[in-house]
Design a protein around this ligand. Structure first.
Ligand code: DAT
Ligand code: MG
Length: 148
């Protein structure tokens, strides 16, 4: 089973979307394996978005991520990386389909509410960065009702 790193960005927190977002992953049949409500500092945000450091919007992106608390999570399940990205919707909210998180709740690319890992490999890196202390271990009793 795959794991992905999901973060509700400061705008998602301020706008009261935490419950809605968690619900979508929970109801789908994925398992929450880690969750922290926290502020991140500048160097941590720069590390998380290191791949984008050459982009013209990098400084603005880092300032946005450190502008308030975020919800950092690890979700586990079959194909959760790609399917999680589909639940989140396109990076640019005007291209995100209705029914996706960004399609339903975001307008601007620079206020797009949520982050999700874009590959299994990057998911592993991000989980190691955000959850160095490890993850919760559990399995739902409903597992056989969700997975064959
Ligand atoms: P995603 O978050 O969908 O994986 P990404 O990794 O390409 O998208 O970019 C990371 C974040 O950077 C994205 O969620 C919002 C911000 N961003 C991307 N393109 C931007 C742009 N042209 N202007 C401002 N912010 C941008
Ligand atoms: Mg990305």
């Amino acid at each position: 089973m795959e794991q992905t790193f999901i973060m509700i960005k400061p705008d998602g927190v301020q706008r009261g979307l935490i419950g809605d977002i968690i619900s979508r992953f929970e109801k789908k049949g994925y398992y929450l394996k880690g969750m922290k409500f926290m502020n991140v500092d500048k160097s941590f945000a720069q590390q998380h978005y290191a791949d984008l450091s050459a982009q013209p919007f990098f400084a603005k992106l880092v300032d946005y991520i450190i502008s308030g608390p975020v919800v950092a999570m690890v979700w586990e399940g079959k194909d959760v990386v790609l399917t999680g990205r589909r639940i989140i919707g396109a990076t640019r909210p005007w291209e995100a389909a209705p029914g996706t998180i960004r399609g339903d709740h975001a307008v601007e690319v620079s206020r797009n509410v949520i982050h999700g890992s874009d590959s299994v490999e990057n998911g592993k890196k991000e989980i190691a960065l955000w959850f160095p202390g490890g993850l919760a271990e559990w399995k739902s009793n409903l597992h056989p009702w969700i997975y064959e």
